[in-house]
Design a protein around this ligand. Structure first.
Ligand code: SAH
Length: 204
């Protein structure tokens, strides 16, 4: 998976590649999907949701340019796979999930794989962020939003990086918003298709 799907497509950050090797993706998909857990595509996790394609998880992590000291906010835990990867790369991860059943599955997956030490799963609408632990040096949104939620910009540290798919429901730009010295730079990392962000800052 790492060689063919990630290196070949240009993922270069050695820490990201190591984290992708380290976290057992098959532990974060339903038992009947284990055989294709590492295929080059999203995998269904129930409740109409998916665990993102491995490349997308790696690309988003690479865009966040983490060194290991960061506090990270993730929006859209799903089954907890990306949260586990972020947990390897950062100091602390807070991840919000709007579907309570998925939050429970993610907690169980993280605990079973021993990845729950620095990853906290919270039930709720991540569009509002989680002010309690703000500011965050890295924010990763795993669902497509109509626009960048203002609360997330407010909770982004300086310096800090926010990665988020923005655009219509069926196709988005993966935006990387980089705040430094009070200024915000914006670039498009790729084009993508994520499940829709729900809740107050999403598609409702
Ligand atoms: N991070 C996951 C991706 C899960 S898919 C991975 O490891 O690949 C995106 C998830 O976002 C879904 O589980 C969906 O329920 C959740 N979601 C959608 N809108 C949300 C919101 N406003 N707040 C929190 N979670 C949300």
């Amino acid at each position: 998976m790492v060689e063919t799907q990630l290196c070949r497509r240009g993922i270069r950050d050695e820490r990201v590649l190591a984290a992708m090797r380290d976290v057992p993706r098959e532990e974060f998909v339903p038992p009947e999907s284990r055989l294709f857990a590492c295929h080059d595509e999203p995998v269904g996790i129930g409740y109409g949701q998916t665990v993102s394609q491995p490349y997308m998880t790696a690309l988003m992590a690479e865009c966040l340019e983490m060194t290991g000291a960061e506090r990270v906010l993730e929006v859209g835990t799903g089954s907890g796979y990306a949260a586990a990867v972020l947990g390897v790369l950062a100091h602390e991860v807070v991840t919000l999930e709007i579907v309570p059943e998925l939050a429970a599955i993610a907690r169980a997956n993280l605990r079973r794989t021993g990845r729950d030490g620095n990853v906290r799963v919270i039930d709720g609408d991540g569009g509002w962020g989680w002010p309690e632990r703000a500011p965050y040096e890295a924010i990763s949104v795993a669902a497509g939003a109509p626009d960048v939620p203002v609360p997330l910009l407010e909770q982004l540290a300086d310096p800090g990086i926010l990665v988020i798919p923005v655009g219509p429901r069926d196709s988005q730009e993966l935006l990387v918003m980089h705040r430094r010295a009070g200024r915000m730079e914006r670039r498009v990392a790729t084009y993508c298709r994520f499940v829709p962000l729900r809740g107050g800052e999403g598609w409702r």
